[in-house]
Design a protein around this ligand. Structure first.
Ligand code: FO1
Length: 321
C-alpha cells in the first residue's frame, strides 16, 4: 500500500500559503485541503466563508497577495454604493468577491451542501486539488472577552480589529456537527500518508477543525503522522492575532507553547530556524521536531517548506514501521 495522500488543515492566510506550496509539489489526487468554517457568517443576507475563499483564491492564484484575503485587482463600487445607502461597510466586500458570496448563498438556498458549492466554485476557478469545508453544518466561532461581551468571530476580528482582550472561545453547534464527507473520507483513507496542520491560528482556525466530533479519533486510528507547523516565529505571529491571544490567555509567547497546546494530538512539529533552540524541549514532550525556514515570503519558500514537511512525514512514517 502506498501512503501518498496528504491532508492539510488550514485557516486563512498562513495556511493558504502552505496549501499553495503543497499544491505545487503534489498531484491533485494526492492533496486535500480542509478549511476552517468557524469564521463563516451571514452578512447582508449572504453566506461568507472567509477561510475557504482565502484558500480557494490562493490555489487559483487570484488572491490579493498584499492583504492575503480577497481578490487581486478588486474594485469597490458595491461597497461605495452601500455606504451611500447608509448600510454597514466594516466588512469589505469587493465587486468580484461578491460574485462568490452570491453564488454560494444562492446554491445553499437551493439545497446544495457547502461541500458541493465549494467543489463547484473550485472547478469554475480551475482548481484541480481538493478543497473542502471542515463541515457542512453551521459551526460558529464566538470570542469571549474580558469585559464580559461575547462577539461573533468576524465582529471581533474585522469590526473590532482584534482589540478586545480575549478570555476564551466557543464553537457554537460543534457538538452536533459532522465532519464534511470528503474530510471523513480522507481521514479514513488507508492511503493517507500525513496530516499537516498548517501555520494557522491554533485557537480559532485549527481547534474548530480538530474539535469536530470524531476527528481526533479518526486521526488516532489513521497510521498517518500528524505534523503541525508553528504559526509563532521568534515569539511573534507571522500574521494575525495568535500571539496577542496567547498573551491574553496567559500562555508564554513561544512556539513551544503552541506545541504544548497540540500535545497529545500531534506526532511531529515544525519550528522556524530562528527557534531551533526549542527543538530539544519539544522533542522531550514526545513530539518529533525539525527546524527550517517557515516564513513564506516567496513561492519558492512555500514550495521548499512543503518539501521539508513531506520529507519529515516520510521519516516519521518509517520510524513507526
Ligand atoms: N479581513 C479584514 O481584516 N477586513 C475585511 O474587511 C475583510 C473582508 C473580507 C471579505 C471576504 C473574505 O473572504 C475575507 C475578508 N477578510 C477581511 C478576511 C477574513 O475575515 C479574516 O482574515 C479571516 O476570517 C481570518 O482567518
Amino acid at each position: 500500500m502506498t501512503t501518498s495522500k496528504i491532508l492539510a488543515i488550514s485557516g486563512g492566510v498562513g495556511g493558504a500559503k502552505l496549501a499553495l506550496g503543497l499544491s505545487r509539489v503534489l498531484p491533485p489526487e494526492e492533496l486535500g485541503v480542509v478549511a476552517n468554517t468557524g469564521d463563516d457568517f451571514e452578512h447582508l443576507g449572504m453566506r461568507i466563508a472567509p477561510d475557504l475563499d482565502t484558500v480557494m483564491y490562493t490555489l487559483a492564484e487570484l488572491s490579493n497577495k498584499n492583504q492575503g484575503w480577497g481578490l487581486a485587482g478588486e474594485s469597490w463600487n458595491f461597497l461605495e454604493a452601500l455606504a451611500r445607502l447608509g448600510d454597514e461597510t466594516w466588512f469589505q466586500l469587493g465587486d468580484q468577491d461578491m460574485a462568490t458570496h452570491i453564488v454560494r448563498t444562492h446554491k445553499l438556498a437551493e439545497g446544495e451542501t457547502l461541500s458541493e458549492v465549494t467543489r463547484y466554485l473550485c472547478r469554475q476557478l480551475g482548481i484541480e486539488h481538493s478543497l473542502m469545508p471542515m463541515t457542512d453544518d453551521d459551526v460558529r466561532t464566538v470570542v469571549h472577552t474580558r469585559n464580559g461581551e461575547t462577539l461573533a468571530f468576524q465582529h471581533y476580528f474585522v469590526r473590532e480589529r482584534c482589540a478586545p482582550e480575549v478570555t476564551g472561545f466557543d464553537f457554537l453547534n460543534i457538538d452536533t456537527a459532522a465532519p464534511a464527507p470528503e474530510f471523513s473520507a480522507f481521514l479514513e483513507d488507508p492511503a493517507l500518508g500525513a496530516i499537516v496542520i498548517c501555520p494557522s491560528n491554533p485557537f480559532v482556525s485549527v481547534d474548530p477543525v480538530l474539535k469536530l466530533p470524531g476527528v481526533i479519533g479518526a486521526m488516532r486510528r489513521s497510521q498517518a503522522p500528524v505534523i503541525a507547523v508553528s504559526p509563532i516565529v521568534g515569539g511573534q505571529a507571522i500574521k494575525g492575532p495568535a500571539a496577542k491571544m496567547m498573551a491574553e490567555l496567559g500562555m508564554p509567547l513561544s512556539a513551544e507553547a503552541v506545541a504544548e497546546h497540540y500535545r497529545g494530538r500531534i506526532d511531529g512539529f515544525v519550528l522556524d530556524q530562528q527557534d531551533a533552540s526549542l527543538k530539544d524541549s519539544i522533542d522531550s514532550m514526545g513530539i518529533a521536531t525539525i527546524s527550517t525556514n517557515t516564513v513564506m515570503v516567496t513561492l519558492d519558500d512555500r514550495i521548499a517548506l512543503a518539501n521539508d514537511i513531506l520529507r519529515f512525514a516520510k521519516e516519521l512514517s518509517n520510524r513507526s514501521l
